[in-house]
Design a binder for this molecule. Structure first.
Ligand SMILES: N[C@@H](CCC(=O)N[C@@H](CS)C(=O)NCC(=O)O)C(=O)O
Length: 125
């Protein structure tokens, strides 16, 4: 089972690399707006998780640069996620660090970004 997961993970990462989206050409004002709004955010992920790949590609396309915490490789990150968010499931977005809000579910994370950063719906994938 582990070997199948390993091989599948490598295939997912290969295709992600092969078809990696280019960042959209936003104005400098828009880039600054995004950067200011996301600067305290962090995302917990497993590198080869397909749901994480989906969110990562969305973030890359929309110029969303935040700290990425690999909760598979780093046990401290995994514990942070379990203690803070309530469960070990990725992807999970941590935002408003003072209030510590944790958002699970890849589609909810993408929709949150679309609303919060005033992105167009067509930019979803
Ligand atoms: N519906 C969720 C599914 C997320 C999911 O299944 N994530 C898996 C990794 S691909 C996970 O966190 N599994 C927990 C574990 O492996 O311990 C989403 O869209 O984000």
């Amino acid at each position: 089972m582990n070997i199948i997961r390993f091989v599948l993970g490598k295939i997912i990462l290969f295709f992600d690399w092969l078809t990696s989206p280019k960042p959209l050409n936003f104005s400098s004002e828009k880039l600054e707006f995004i950067q200011n709004k996301v600067k305290k955010m962090e995302i917990y992920e497993f590198r080869a998780c397909p749901f994480c790949v989906k969110v990562r590609r969305f973030m890359k396309k929309n110029n969303i640069i935040i700290k990425v915490k690999d909760a598979r490789r780093n046990k401290d990150f995994a514990n942070e996620l379990i203690n803070g968010g309530g469960k070990l499931q990725v992807p999970c977005l941590r935002f408003n660090n003072d209030e510590n809000k944790w958002l699970y579910e890849s589609n909810d994370i993408i929709n949150f970004f679309i609303d919060y950063l005033e992105l167009n719906n067509e930019q979803k994938r």
